[in-house]
Ligand binder design. Sequence first.
Ligand SMILES: [Zn+2]
Length: 421
Amino acid sequence: MKGVILIFKNLAEMSQPLIKKVEGVYKKLYNYKRKIRIGIFAVLSIFSIFFSFAATDVCLAYNVDMGGQIIATVKDKAQFENAVCMVEKKTAVSLEKSVDDVKYVATIVRYDVIDNDAAVADAIINSTEDIVKAQSLYIDGMEYTRVSDLDVEKYLEEYKKGFLLEGIENNVYYSEQISVKEDYFAADSVDDKALFEQIVKDNLHVVNVCCVSENYTIPFNTVTNKTSKQLVGYSKVETAGVAGAGVKKISNTYINGGLVSSEIIEDTVVTAPVNKVVTVGTGRRTASAAEKSYAQSSGFIFPLPNGSWKVSAYWGDGRGHKGLDLAANYGVSIFAVKGGTVTYSGWKNGYGYFVEIDHGDGLKTRYGHASKLCVSAGETVSQGSVIALVGSTGNSTGNHLHFEVVKNGANYNPGPYVGLS
Ligand SMILES: [Zn+2]
């Protein structure tokens, strides 16, 4: 039995190197397996990255650095250069200096992060001060001005409102055809706001057509009925005149606030006027025998030059007229009808400029409404001397001489004294 154990022991000892060899082979095999595993893993990883790129649209692109700022992401340099050309062509501005120091930084991005050509152009425009976004004002198809930082349409709307008139219905419009276009321009080709405003003021015309109603009065006419039953100088209003009323609708046209035309488009009589009816006397008075006798003894001459006068109101014409009215031109000489002493020369209420002469024997003559006085109170005048000039002062409606004869303090009809009936 012991011999059997020995044999096994020897066998075990003898197989030790073999076991170690086997172990070594196994270890080597293990290391290869690991490397293979890592290799497979690496290959799979690359594949998976590749496939994931393809699956999520990721690609290589470039961030455009202009003056230290990333302004856009492009797929390649050519895209950016094309955009520069596009902007230069559109604005006529050279971007040579602006794009001089442009840097391209490679990056991996999703396809949809890459800017399209228009966005790249916008980014270039926004990064240079040489180009601005501005609005051009076209008047009748021609560009008159361009301005930045201003909503031109809104400005023109407000400018137009400046010509509205208060309290009436306005219809305002520009007489010119106007259009506004927005675009990018070279900064130095854009007008400042003050110049823009001046161009608007000088070239645009705001028309305002508005209707107004205007009330007006219609004057009445005077109808004169003559009657010989009343003496000359008689006048009576039979019907008072009443003015009528009308309404006019007027269309006014203003250009830049100035009235250029006014047209009556409707004229309505609201109430018609009522005529004034007046009866005037044409009758002549005949002197009584008694009047004729005292007149003949007076020795008066006529107070006005021959042919210069006309009776405009007789004595006692129905108004209680206490004299004789002789219409004559302004400035005609008034004579003293007889010599005497001037007892009054001056202003006297309704008589206006007035002269009174005392002829003695209780007889006085009076002269009213003169334009000028030629004598003074206390003065002695001879018959025919000029005492005043005809006028219309005091209570008078036209040039005339109001002539009175007073005897012992009472008025008498002057007509017969001067050869009139
Ligand atoms: Zn009179």
